[in-house]
Design a protein around this ligand. Sequence first.
Ligand SMILES: [Mn+2]
Length: 241
Amino acid sequence: MSKFEHFDANPDGRDFAVGDIHGHFSRLQRVLDEAGFDPVVDRLFSVGDLVDRGPESELALDWLARPWFFAIQGNHEFLAIQHVQHRPLDYRMYKASGGAWFLELKPDAQALFAAQFARMPLALEVETACGLIGLVHADCPLPTWDLLRTTLLGHMPEQSGLEEFCQWSRKRLQLQDMSGIPDLRALIVGHTPLPEPQTLGNVLHIDTGGWRSNGSGYFTLVDLATLEMNSPPTSAPDTGV
Ligand SMILES: [Mn+2]
């Protein structure tokens, strides 16, 4: 499976992006219903982190099997892969970040999840009528999208730390870096929970904490053709189950 995936435009329906899900697929479904999402023609692109923290992490494989759902590999998917592949892993951090459900699974089940997670790309792009949209989990580690695409497709030597940057970096937000990615209409990322979406240059940060256990956040959906986002709920947020 490629570390980079390309999607042609969707002539029949709408395309949406959503931020970190973290085991809250029922809440996500409610937001899709509110947007009138039609699984027959629409597509949903996730910036990754499908699992950990929420009660429905085990549904990640069901969602990944849906023909209209596509997801980047977030750092939380990578933590599961690290465990299964016996790579160095800070288990205290992993458990504190919601990974206990995974560590409690039987090894066979863990292997099944890790195999699917390993197939998820680190970056993907979607053509729209208004230009090319890129998605990574945390940030684009290179100055242009073309450089990232070329590198992840294996046409250029990979620099060390590149994948880690894609999944973990918070630098752009910390620096409030407005420079953006010149060869994209927009780059959409998650990873850092924010009270509301934040756009820096043409980089949209859309993890608005819809997964928060106290219900204080909400899921942001971005229409990839218009870059319009759903409004935050006006009533008291559902605290879920
Ligand atoms: Mn993350």
